[in-house]
Design a protein around this ligand. Structure first.
Ligand SMILES: O=C(O)CCC(=O)C(=O)O
Length: 289
């Protein structure tokens, strides 16, 4: 009798804890701090929280429109691709699309191979890069080595189509570098803006007040910069429209990304989940929902 009660009690506690953790993990608190008016202010935000949104560098609507009109962007998937079936021949168009748009998780497509961008795409992408250059230069200039050995390690056009799932928590690099994400539509809590664990670039347990997991809510063309050591993930898109974005990453040649192996990535994924749950519990936001 007592044994049965103990088993039922343990199962109920475990089930409750699992449900509570799941609820905390699915909270989406918007990022309201970390907005910086100037490049020096952005560098300070990056040092403190690992993240900065810089309205002064925001792309004007014409540049957002030109980016969305690039040949690469026009070929972007707008819904989940049907899985390839054994024995069924794909059309050349389907094959090309699959080569250009790599799947990273259900509904998340990335065009990250620079060779896949044609000269027309590159003309537009260079205009965008011109706009973010002051921030990139300043980020690296504060270190003794200045701009020595700094290179663009990634140029990516990506989209999360309706129904896409959350990415695993990850860092872009173990070494200090700068990643910049530019929403090409407004990022909202519903369409799955990037979620960042503030402060995780420097501290293993970044659970101080006002930190924790925050979702980028920002208009199209915004410049959202984060230290590449900041733990982050793209969230699932719960709307009926795609959520495209550009990503530029910059690193030093002596610390190329990702700076860790598979075990390191798995550990970061687990650390991200744990910090997400703990910061949600500490913030008390769950009591309001
Ligand atoms: O989709 C996002 O918001 C983040 C994307 C990202 O972190 C990645 O592709 O590695």
């Amino acid at each position: 009798m007592y044994r049965h009660v103990a088993i039922i009690g343990t199962a109920s506690v475990a089930g409750g804890a699992f449900y509570f953790a799941h609820h905390l993990e699915n909270q989406r608190q918007p990022l309201s701090s970390c907005t910086a008016a100037t490049v020096p202010a952005a560098i300070k935000c990056l040092q403190m929280s690992g993240v900065a949104v810089v309205p002064g560098l925001r792309m004007d609507p014409n540049l957002v429109r030109d980016t969305m009109a690039m040949p690469a962007a026009e070929s972007m998937p707008i819904k989940n691709r049907k899985p390839k079936r054994r024995g069924v021949k794909q059309s050349k168009e389907e094959e090309d699309q699959q080569l250009m748009w790599r799947l990273s998780a259900l509904g998340r497509y990335h065009c990250r191979d620079e060779d896949r961008f044609n000269p027309k795409d590159m003309q537009v992408l260079e205009r965008v890069e011109e706009q973010i250059r002051p921030l990139v230069d300043e980020f690296f200039r504060v270190e003794e080595e200045g701009l020595e050995g700094v290179y663009r390690s990634e140029l990516q056009l990506m989209t999360a189509v309706p129904g896409s799932v959350h990415q695993a928590w990850h860092k872009d690099n173990r070494g200090r570098g700068l990643s910049i994400i530019i929403p090409l539509v407004d990022f909202t809590v519903e369409n799955g803006g990037t979620q960042l664990l503030l402060g995780s670039h420097e501290t293993a347990w970044p659970l101080a007040q006002d930190q924790g997991a925050k979702v980028v809510v920002a208009p199209a063309g915004s410049v959202v910069a984060y230290d590449s050591r900041t733990i982050h993930r793209g969230l699932g898109n719960a709307t009926s429209e795609g959520r495209p974005a550009l990503i530029f990453c910059y690193d030093r040649e002596r610390t190329p990304p990702p700076g860790c192996g598979t075990m390191g990535s798995i550990a970061t994924g687990l650390q991200g989940r744990l910090l997400d749950v703990l910061s949600g519990a500490i913030s008390g936001e769950w009591m309001k929902s």
